[in-house]
Design a protein around this ligand. Structure first.
Ligand code: NAD
Length: 534
């Protein structure tokens, strides 16, 4: 028996003990996960530093902060999420209990990717634990330091039979995929996504596929280009462009292309502090809550958080030596990204150092749809600009391609935003900012078509990894009502069935009508008594 087979068998056996059916047990495990993240912050940051060259603060901001929020939300809301959910009834079931009962699926396989090795692997785990499942966790072998730390330390905080970590490469993942699971949650590229779905089909196992693709970013010529380009620069070059929801390419009219290039160039160097003065006016320390060197800014409409260090620049004149500009994950991806530049005009950046897997933040201009960089998801710090004559052409360009994870649009014009939303399709639509929809737990995070299937975050993770069981509880009474469905079938019975089945009952209205009837009766009674006395 292979190691993978053994691990899955053990997880199933533990699941079958029924422990995870108890909400207190799930909460206990979630608290263990929270403790792991807080107590092992340093180990996590060190592993990410070694894998992706990221700073400790960046790891806090992009890996563990979101996880912490998701765990706390699950602990707080678990009782509500797991409770029976009453549904609308029809006339036939008016006296019955009709509800949805979420129940655990069983053993879930979570296959993580390397680009945010902790957030992407542990966030689905939060949902799996909350929903009462066992979960086999397979971190990406590409981010090998994170995988090793996860394998070593996580079992110290969680039930190790129920939530085992299996490390290894393609062959280990394939061995896992031969086993029978009750759900597979995969994050990674679409090619492997198809293999995962094929393997799952052999056991009729449902899947969630969190994939990637080329997310377009349309900039309207009348928008505030300075702010738009700053936000795009941040969204694109964070984690060296190795973000599934990073804007992949820009679509804009030829008349603004040079300004877009200039503004992005400036943004790579201009600072966050000055950016916030522009957006919010002079801010004061009093309005901020400090968390590990970061500050949260609470404005009227939005909660915006930003890494606010003493530096005045995004990545400085020399991103190579700047601690918040990381590295490409490995030589294979370095060569792949470098090759994508071939045949395009470099407008900003372009410098590289293979020995360090360093590629500077780079903007490519006058790119066409036949350019190499447009042939696949970039997943690196290259930002091509494609010019289109107007928004119609931009929409057509987007619709001629696979449905992306995100469509970005930057404009002051609300009608334009609505038009892009109505005439395109993608996992998400984001106007006038990048990436931040990821932080809203209430929004289902996922793709559509080639960018993925299924979704997660917050309650969506819980629902995704639960079976939503339909329950109808009747009493063994009122048998007469059922005669309409028993043979012999007659026209009269059919007309009764038609009435009972097709009539939708509005319970609120019914309740209101009942109350009204009670009040009317009561009023009539009181009036009668009053008149009699009089
Ligand atoms: P990766 O190379 O780490 O692969 C992901 C997982 O697939 C790994 O655990 C690996 O062991 C397994 N794997 C690889 N080849 C396999 C094979 N032949 N058979 C079985 N298993 C195999 O990650 P990646 O695919 O390079 O990740 C980058 C991609 O993931 C990008 O396309 C990105 O957009 C996407 N992504 C999507 C999201 C999202 O939330 N939608 C998040 C992060 C990354």
């Amino acid at each position: 028996m292979s190691r993978e087979q053994l691990v899955v068998q053990r997880a199933r056996k533990s699941f079958q003990t029924g422990n995870t059916r108890r909400l207190e047990y799930r909460i206990h495990q979630l608290k263990g996960l929270l403790r792991f993240i807080t107590e092992r912050r340093k180990d996590i940051a060190d592993s990410v530093k070694r894998d992706l060259g990221k700073s400790e603060h960046a790891t806090d901001l992009f890996e563990t902060l979101g996880l912490e929020g998701e765990i706390k939300l699950a602990i707080e809301k678990l009782a509500e999420w797991a409770a029976p959910r009453p549904v609308e009834k029809n006339l036939l079931t008016l006296l019955d209990e009709v509800y949805i009962q979420p129940e655990p699926l069983g053993v879930v396989l979570i296959i993580g990717a390397w680009n945010y090795p902790w957030a992407i692997t542990l966030q689905p785990l939060v949902g799996a634990i909350a929903a009462g499942n066992a979960a086999v966790i397979k971190p990406s072998e590409v981010s090998s330091h994170s995988a090793t730390v996860m394998e070593e330390l996580l079992p110290q905080y969680l039930d190790k039979d129920l939530y085992p970590v299996v490390t290894g490469g393609v062959s280990e993942t394939q061995e896992l995929l031969k086993q029978r699971f009750d759900h597979i949650f995969y994050t990674g590229n679409s090619t492997v996504g198809k293999l995962v779905m094929g393997a799952a089909a052999r056991h009729l196992t449902p899947v969630t596929l969190e994939l990637g693709g080329k997310s377009p970013c349309y900039i309207d010529k009348n928008c505030d280009l300075t702010i738009a380009c700053r936000r795009i620069t941040w969204g694109k070059f964070v984690n060296c462009g190795q973000t599934c929801i990073a804007p992949d390419y820009i679509l804009c009219e030829p008349s603004i292309q040079d300004r877009v290039v200039e503004e992005i160039k400036k943004s790579i160097k201009v600072g966050l502090t000055s950016m916030f003065r522009t957006v919010f006016g002079n801010f004061t320390q009093k309005k901020c809550i400090g968390v590990y060197g970061q500050f949260y800014f609470q404005s009227e409409e939005t909660l915006i958080y930003v890494l606010c260090n003493t530096s005045q620049e995004f990545y400085t004149d020399n991103p190579k030596t700047f601690e918040d500009y990381g590295r490409i994950i490995n030589q294979r991806h370095f060569k792949r990204v470098m090759a994508l530049m071939e045949g395009s005009t470099v407008a900003v950046g372009g410098e590289s150092d293979e020995s360090q897997c360093y590629i500077a933040p780079t903007v490519l201009k006058d790119v066409t749809e036949t350019s190499k960089v447009m042939k696949e998801e970039i997943f690196g710090p290259l930002l091509p600009i494609i010019t289109v004559s107007n928004v119609d052409e931009a929409i057509q360009f987007i619709n001629e391609r696979e449905k992306p994870l995100v469509v970005y649009v930057f404009t002051h014009d609300n009608k334009l935003i609505k038009r892009v939303r109505a005439e395109t399709s993608s996992g998400a639509l984001l106007a006038n900012d990048c990436l931040v929809h990821f932080t809203v737990s209430a929004l289902p995070f996922g793709g559509v078509g080639n960018s993925g299937t299924g979704c997660y975050h917050g309650k969506h993770s819980f629902d995704q990894l639960s079976h939503l069981r339909s329950c109808l509880i009747k009493q063994l009474k009122l048998e007469g009502v059922n005669s309409m469905r028993y043979p012999p079938h007659t026209a009269k019975k059919l007309s009764w069935a038609r009435f009972f089945l097709l009539k939708q009952v509005n319970m609120c209205r019914l309740r209101r009508m009942a109350l009204l009837a009670i009040f009317t009766g009561l009023a009539a009674f009181l009036v009668q008594r009053f008149l009699r006395r009089g």
